[in-house]
Design a protein around this ligand. Sequence first.
Ligand code: NAP
Length: 308
Amino acid sequence: MARHLTGSAATSVARRLEGALFATEIRERVASDVAAYTQAHGHPPGLAVVVCGRSAPSMVYLERILKACAQVGIERTFVDVEGSTAAQQERELAAAIKRLNADPQVNGIIVQQPLPAGVRLRTVIDAIDPLKDIDGIHPLNAGLLRLGYEGFIPATAHAALEMVHRSGVEVVGANAVVIGRSPVVGMPLASMLVREHATVTVCHSKTRDLAAKVRAADIVVVAAGQPGLVTGHMLKPGAVVVDVGINVVDGKIVGDVDFDSAVGVAAAITPVPGGVGPLTNALLLSHVMRAAQRQEDAAPAAGQDSPR
Ligand code: NAP
């Protein structure tokens, strides 16, 4: 049951919201849906991963996704876009995405980000079929989210929201602070929290007195890419803290929250690594499954004339 987590939690240690645990549960559900789909269609649902210029961190992320697909039985297609200039890469990227759009065995497409310098995200946005855009980057999906209709939401924002839900905090009427206003994390998450009746403050690099904003929040989601940006003394006792940040400091992966000081103040907190990351990965698999189902719903029934 949802509840407000305040007050007495100040002296206790926060509950760790373990992404791996939640991810296992989601993957099991997806694996069972994939098995049913495969039996009904004679082939599994498919995910295509498009890479344009290789950067080490995003390759690690994509390799984890491909491995997770294999675990649940989703078919994988890996497309490595070539080209010696940005213009050539853009042309190849658009052509590859259009081929995948037309491939009925590919249900979801994700494109590695960040793209190489000079290659515009607009190329992907213009090419990708919104029904296969499982990471919610197409403006149609972003617009559907803002208007409160069903579409695809970015998997990371989805994972952060899922963590908020799994903390047990009452979202309705809560003060939520989202630090970061990117189109892939901060803004979609803020939209979803508003939709769930939280009062949301979106903070960014020009925000004045971030500590005061954070101190007023029952829910704090940090997606800034700044290690140690939020510390325990900034938090309201009993707050729920979701740390989306991934940073490498002295060869170690850390989040945006100073975990050691926050854990004694918050009621619940996501660790980094092992928090939002594994959940993002699992939810992306669930988006592939949902894409397959939505495409089936959108397809004309057998024997039905196509529109003229
Ligand atoms: P981004 O596009 O660089 O956006 C960062 C946001 O943080 C911007 O809105 C920026 O403000 C704000 N910001 C930067 N410094 C700040 C400061 N000192 N105070 C307040 N706000 C500040 O990054 P992103 O793609 O949203 O990713 C955010 C973090 O999440 C990164 O660490 C990334 O690696 C991580 N991430 C994790 C996952 C996952 O699965 N766990 C997935 C994707 C990303 P301005 O708008 O003013 O510049």
